[in-house]
Ligand binder design. Structure first.
Ligand code: SAH
Ligand code: SF4
Length: 362
């Protein structure tokens, strides 16, 4: 029998388990603390728990983490892990060093059914959504890795910008966010948990209602015409609808909603695009993050020149729109935005592992 993984459970659910076992509720809090803050991987480690309880739990539950198949480190310090899940599926997770902390970029799906034209993950056929424990496990693995390396800087931010479209795995995403933010566990500030979405309106509304965190919208174009050429799902929602959904999205501690914009040569990098983008965004405190296109031999686009990128940014700044250019970290190891899964495309995964699945949104 396959044991359920305890990382799938919220603190409330673990306390419920205690009730059914006739144990005091604070034991539930202790266990939750062990498997989150303390990154425990066995019940034996939980030394403040009676031995009998540890034995009971290890009989009933698993704390297994995915197998690290491969680890690559870029000279800029970015570290990418290829992880093998229990069913053999492969995902990637990336640790990105920043000045005073680390950011972890986690995956939410095996492959991605959206199929954006500029993204390697979108070229992988979609296999399945990740379970809650598979999302949480990426955080635990990264924290353990940094600790074992003796790193003192904290893993402070978790961004849902890895493989997959987080909002297509909405219920598991929300549960994982609740576990990550719980004050008796990892205690991540909601401001430091960022969900990046290609822009699924209904799901954005549900996230806003159920558990809002920092939001990043992958806009990539100021007009529906250009956007629809890049993102198949853009046919469903207009740019205007998405921007007004962002304006309604709760701003955690007054933080700004991020607009992500992959700059692609001769596609969306013109002065005219910058003018239209500024018009679209003016009057609301957005933050634009320009991401110079990260090339890959399987993708039919090019990165604009640094000069063009700078001009695009300068125009937006001149219109009083806060605009940053994302530094592409991990380029040498194919760990930059949009490059995840590149290896799986060519080497590791037989095509038969991925069944073509029509994707649905609500
Ligand atoms: N599916 C979600 C989150 C994962 S993609 C989303 O699309 O938002 C994370 C970010 O990487 C998105 O903004 C995406 O547009 C960007 N990205 C994808 N391919 C890229 C590429 N080749 N170069 C630069 N950024 C890319
Ligand atoms: Fe999926 Fe995001 Fe890549 Fe588009 S950019 S294919 S939504 S992972």
């Amino acid at each position: 029998m396959i044991k359920p993984n305890l990382r799938d459970y919220t603190i409330e659910e673990i306390k419920e388990l205690m009730k059914t076992l006739g144990e005091p509720l604070y034991r539930g809090e202790q266990i939750f603390h062990w498997i989150t803050c303390k990154n425990a991987i066995t019940f034996e480690e939980m030394t403040n728990l009676p031995k009998t309880l540890r034995a009971k739990f290890s009989e009933k539950f698993s704390l297994e983490l995915p197998e690290i198949l491969n680890k690559e480190e870029d000279i800029d310090g970015t570290t990418k892990f290829a992880l093998k899940l229990a069913d053999g599926s492969l995902i990637e997770t990336v640790i990105i060093p920043e000045r005073d902390h680390y950011t972890l970029c986690v995956s939410t799906q095996v492959g991605c059914p959206i199929g954006c034209k500029f993204c390697v993950t979108g070229k992988l056929r979609f296999k399945r959504n990740l379970e809650v424990y598979e999302i949480i496990s990426q955080v635990v693995l990264a924290r353990r890795y940094l600790k074992e390396k003796g790193e003192i800087l904290p893993l402070r931010n978790v961004v849902f910008m890895g493989m997959g479209e987080p909002l297509l795995n909405l219920q598991n995403l929300i549960k994982a966010l609740k576990i990550l933010a719980h004050s008796k566990g990892f205690n991540y500030s909601r401001k430091r948990l960022t969900v990046s979405t290609v822009g699924l309106l209904k799901e954005m509304e549900i996230l806003a209602k159920e558990f809002p965190v920092a939001l990043a919208l992958s806009l990539h174009a100021p007009t529906d015409e250009i956007r629809r050429k890049l993102i198949p799902v853009a046919k469903k929602y207009s740019v205007k609808e998405l921007i007004s959904a962002c304006k309604k999205f709760p701003r955690i501690k007054n933080s700004r909603i991020t607009i992500e914009y992959v700059l692609i040569k001769n596609v969306n990098d013109s002065k005219e695009c910058a003018i239209k983008l500024a018009e679209l965004l003016k009057g609301y405190p957005f933050k634009v993050n320009l991401i110079p296109f990260n090339p890959h031999p399987d993708l039919p686009f090019e990165r604009p020149s640094s000069d063009k990128i700078e001009r695009f940014q300068k125009y937006l700044l001149s219109q009083k729109i806060l605009t940053t250019v994302r530094k592409s970290k991990g380029l040498m190891i194919n760990a930059a935005c949009g490059q995840l899964g590149a290896k799986f495309l060519k080497y590791s995964v037989p095509d038969s592992m991925y069944k073509k699945t029509a994707f649905r949104t609500s």
